[in-house]
Design a protein around this ligand. Sequence first.
Ligand code: PNS
Length: 157
Amino acid sequence: MAIAVYPGSFDPFTFGHLDIAIRAAKMFDTVHVVVVHNPNKKPRFSAAARVAMISEVLENQPGNFVINSFDTGLLVDYCKTVNADALVKGIRSTVDLDYELPMAQVNRDLSGIETVFIPGDPRTGFVSSSLVKQVADLGGDISKYVPEPVARKLLGK
Ligand code: PNS
């Protein structure tokens, strides 16, 4: 049974994240989608709210998902706890690669775990959580960028 961990801030979960989660679930028997506290970011949604949104979004999607969160400790320790075989990250551009590569290298150095990079779909490649929040705040249409349960929350409905 191959197990993957797909971590991120997911503040909020976009169609780009959804695409990566579904594609990861085609390669792994179980995919843990994990909301991780990033001290460099001030989240709009609580970890519990993000877990709830992701759970609703993934409920009817093909694949075996576990949705979880953690806010202290190393990601590799979470990976050990759940016996993960690999980490999964989506890569939209070389900017993502520059950001993700050192993290993949340090995670492997710390624990031996490999990171599988999945190239982002160009159709969602420009979508980021921060841009989606900005568009929502300024009254733009976000329905193309985030799944419906997320759009509802972003619009305070
Ligand atoms: O979506 P993000 O904010 O780019 O995700 C980054 C995240 C949360 C996955 C990364 O910061 C992380 O792995 N944090 C956990 C703490 C950790 O293990 N740090 C050392 C190795 S990167």
